[in-house]
Design a protein around this ligand. Structure first.
Ligand code: SF4
Length: 373
């Protein structure tokens, strides 16, 4: 398939998302999870994985990208348009990881999967010496095939298998999502996730991206809609969060944010600088809290402008405010340059147009009763 035939948003093979610079030169997936982000890229009908370029070209495009900084930029592989361990995609996943590793890069590389993995995968991943690989196993516990035709229990088994070797060069995360009230939040669901979390190096819980395109899909397929409204951020209702926290003993490394968990499992401070948002850290292991505290440094406006100066699309950037929590900026048309600033500075950078409310950072207001601070 030629790039020009793709919907506009899907054409960007390298795209910045909050957890990292994302490489997506293979697109298409037959697993049909109803909440898949492919809906929002106009790619839902593409069920067979197809390569848009060779792996060597894709890695070249990634490392030459203006957003890429060696050993700093977190990378995400095939997290937007396909599943990295589908039989047809797997060789590309290994080829990219090995090519990055051969360049002696030490960047984080996040690989999100729900597929069956095997001993060969563990052995091959263990050959990687430089890049910091984190496998995030998407598990929801949803047992309704119209929502998740590819069952969560496969991911649960893969997580156990890949976490079993005592010595390994990669890390594992239980990526418990999407949590949806009324669908997968009974006490049994919570207990199952807690039991599974014992196998992983860390656990992240998060809600559903309930965007317009996904709501339309639910409606046209007769799937009951979980929320009356759609939202630009993930939805984690307050009461559900309280139950999750109560269900987990504090011996489990549990996180609200993907980057926090990924950083923790490699013994590093959070690369998104969430430490400034103090209320996010109340469930964090103490040793990690100390790492993030030591790394936390509030940049000056001059430093923010300096980092932004390499980006033509940040020419109109204005620093509106800088607090202990975040730098608030305006003048950026899209979110991508903001993530570049955030990861370069290791400090939160917020857009003036989309303020974050206290205690619900990065989350939709749906399901929270108190008025935002
Ligand atoms: S201390 Fe805070 S910012 Fe750092 S990993 Fe923990 S929760 Fe995240």
């Amino acid at each position: 398939m030629h790039l020009n035939q793709l919907p506009e948003r899907a054409r960007e093979v390298v795209e910045y998302r909050k957890s990292g610079l994302s490489l997506n030169h293979i697109q298409g997936c037959p697993l049909d999870c109803a909440y898949c982000v492919r809906h929002t890229y106009g790619l839902w009908d593409q069920r067979q994985p197809r390569a848009l370029m060779t792996d060597a070209q894709a890695v070249d495009e990634l490392v030459k990208h203006r957003y890429f900084r060696p050993n700093v930029t977190p990378i995400q592989l095939f997290n937007r348009a396909t599943e990295p361990f589908l039989p047809k995609v797997r060789p590309h996943t290994f080829a990219v990881l090995e090519e990055l590793d051969a360049r002696d890069l030490t960047n984080h590389v996040l690989v999100i999967t729900r597929h069956q993995l095997n001993q060969y995968d563990a052995d091959r991943l263990n050959q990687l010496r430089h890049i910091k690989v984190t496998l995030l196993f998407t598990y929801s516990g949803i047992d309704r095939p119209e929502i998740e035709p590819y069952p969560s229990k496969v991911a649960a088994e893969s997580l156990k298998l890949m976490s079993a070797p005592r010595l390994r060069n990669y890390r594992t995360i239980l990526y418990w999502r999407p949590l949806v009230p009324g669908l997968n939040d009974t006490d049994e669901h919570l207990a199952d996730a807690r039991d599974l979390s014992e196998y992983a190096d860390a656990t992240v819980f998060t809600g559903l991206f309930y965007r317009d395109q996904i709501a339309q899909y639910y409606r046209s397929n007769g799937i009951p809609e979980p929320y009356a409204l759609t939202a630009r951020r993930k939805i984690v209702p307050e009461a559900l969060e309280a139950r999750v926290l109560a269900a987990f003993p504090n011996t489990v490394a549990l996180f609200r944010k993907t980057s926090c968990a990924v950083s923790y499992v490699h013994g590093l401070p959070d690369y998104n600088g969430h430490y400034g948002i103090r209320e996010l850290c109340d469930i964090c292991p103490l040793s990690q809290l100390e790492l993030c505290r030591a790394a936390h440094r509030v940049p000056t406006a001059v430093e923010v402008h300096d980092v932004a100066s390499v980006l033509p699309e940040a020419a109109d950037l204005k620093v509106v405010d800088i607090t202990e929590r975040a730098a608030v900026v305006s003048g950026l048309e899209t979110e991508q340059p903001r993530y570049f600033l955030q990861h370069s500075l290791g400090f939160q950078v917020h857009d003036e147009r989309h303020p974050h409310h206290e205690k619900r950072h990065g989350r939709a207001d749906i399901g929270w009763t108190e008025k935002p601070a």
